[in-house]
Structure formats: structure tokens, C-alpha cells
Write a protein that binds this ligand. Sequence first.
Ligand SMILES: [Zn+2]
Length: 397
Amino acid sequence: MTSMSNVTGSAGTETAGTGVAGTAGAAPGAAAAGAAGSGEIDPAVGETGVEGSPAAPAPAAAGASASRTGPNSALDAGARDQRAAAAPLRMMAVHAHPDDESSKGAATLAKYSDEGIGVMVVSCTGGERGDVLNPKFAAAVESGAVDMPALRQREMADAASILGISHVWLGFHDSGYHEGEPDTWQLPPDSFGALDPDVEIEALVRVVRRFRPQVMTTYDENGGYPHPDHIRCHVISMAAFDAAADPARYPDAGEPWQVSKIYYNGGFSRTRLTAINEAVKSATGTGPFDEWIARIEESGRPDRSDRITTRVPVGEYLERRDAALRAHATQIDPDAHWFAVPREIEAKVWGTDDYELAESRIPVQLPEDDLFAGLRPSASVGAGSADAGSRSERESA
Ligand SMILES: [Zn+2]
């Protein structure tokens, strides 16, 4: 089993001595037995993982731009932390589980990291109750031969290296996926979704005040999809966005810091999936996402594409995104439909990561093509529609 140390620090991607994880309590290993129980269906991870199709792997990189690592990938975790912290522009992507950062906005993280922006991913939980979605690992995990929490920490460290980013574990426990309406969920009492959110908000505020990002990303009020940890991730991210700037809140958690903008990940909307699927179908005769789209329609989940405010061009970074996703080897079936999409088609049809601006403390002009629009030095060109209007406007908290 894994060591009794808390999750923070054990993957080597957190700066030591933050005290953040200490808020979470029990050790991650305690949850390992739940590894088979949850059935998470994150877009692009769970969904693709369950297919197990014999579809062809993604074609070899067609363009010269395709790369599986970036300039910061060669740095060790500590050097990436330092580099991210010292960058004048910084973003923090808050996610529920390791692998969510690679399935939701990973190409954006790689792009900004390569451009010199400080990028930090915060994983709220260790993903201890995630299902094993790669058939190649399932038997080993079921037999107890694999230390699942430790393995997921290594996977996350690999993904962070590929993306060239800094990574922090917030130190809480995966709640597991639960079917049905939220009021029927029976969450494990020690889990992220069951704890008093105040403890979790303070832990996140501490990280925000230390890293001082101008931009945060999180999930929408539905969690992107109804996993208790995703919904809780939304709740604490929005609360931390407000509280981090308020000197009266959590005075022991560092100097106040005002984050300028917070976005929801747009993820893979039905519109986006359908556009990609149709393009692949007309090129190859096969629609790799047919079943996925049908399941989304069946679920009745609303298509959120009309809420998108910001489309970040990431066509050159799809290979990096895929490489990061593959690093989460237990969570992704390498033969899944997901990887059957020729990336040059995806880049042409939908070469953006999409976001919804949830709140801003600075004036903005929508739509945007840059999460840092309005935040870049005025000399910066081509970085989106930076608002030239008054910067003195300050939203009251
Ligand atoms: Zn997740």
C-alpha cells in the first residue's frame, strides 16, 4: 500500500511545506479498495475508456508542429514550480481528479506554458476511487498487485511533465462516481464531496494566495457532468476566487490576492463532438463518436455551447494533449475511439479549447480568444482582444 504521507508532495510536484494537504486528513491509501466502484464518465476519459474499440490508433504526427513535449518538459518538477511562480502572468486550473486536467483544456495549458505563462494545475483529490479504464491494467489492479493511488500519482507527474506545468495536490479523497440524483448519493464520509467545504475552500485559498494567478479555470455549476467531486470543485473554486481577495477571510492562509478572471471549462459540447464526428465520418466513413453523442443525447444534459465566451486556438497542441492523456494510463484505453480521430481533421474543424467567462474583475470584450485578454502588457500584439478601456473599474467583491 501507499505510504501514510498525504498526497501532497508524494508525487514530487508540490513545493514542500505548504501545509495544504494537512487539512484533508486521512491518507489516500485508505481509499484504494474503492478503485473498482465508481464508473466515472468524464468526457474524453471515462467515455472513451469504456468503449474498448479496436479502432486504429491516431495517425503519426502529420505536421512539423506536432510534439509530445514542450520546452519546459525537460525541467524537473521543482524547476517547473519555480518557473511558473516567477512568471509575470499565471493561471491556475482547478480540477477534481488527476486526468481531468488532460481531458479538459490540456492543450491550453501546454500552449500557455510554452509561451512563458506560469501554469499550475490543482488536483483536489487523488482519484483513488476512479475505475480502471484500461483493460491492460484491470487484472493487475483487481488482483491487488498494483498500488492504485501511487500509480495515479506517477501518472499525474508524467502528465505535468509533458504539459510543462506546475502541479499541486490539494490532498482530499475522491468521492467516487454516483448514479442518480445528488440527494440520493451516499458519499464516503471522508471524501471531498462529503467534507465541510470551508476546509476545502481554505486549502484552495492558501494555494491561490501563494501562486497569485490572474486567471483561474474550473467547472460550471453542474460540474461539467454530475460527479460529486466535479460539483464540489466548482463550489470551492468560486468561493476561493472571492475569498482569496478578502483580508477578513482565512487570515492565516496568506496575503490576500485578487484573481482577475475565472472561467468554466467548455469541454466537449455536443456541438463540438458532432462537428468533429461528422468531419471524420465524411473523411473515413466512420463516426468515432456516434455512441458517445447518442449517450449524451440520452442523458438530457444541456448543450452548453451557447455559453462559450472564449475560444483559445490550440490546434498545434492536440498531440501534447493526447500525450498527457495517455500518461494517465490506467484511466484511458489506448485503443479507444478518442484516439481514432485524425488530429489534423480535429484541428481544422474545432481547433480551439472553449471556455465560459464566469466572473471578471476587469473590463472585458467578448468574445475573446485568450484567457489573458485584458491582462497582457499593452505592447503585446495578437494576444486577443485586450480591452483598451478603463482599467480602474473594480468590481465590488
Ligand atoms: Zn474527474
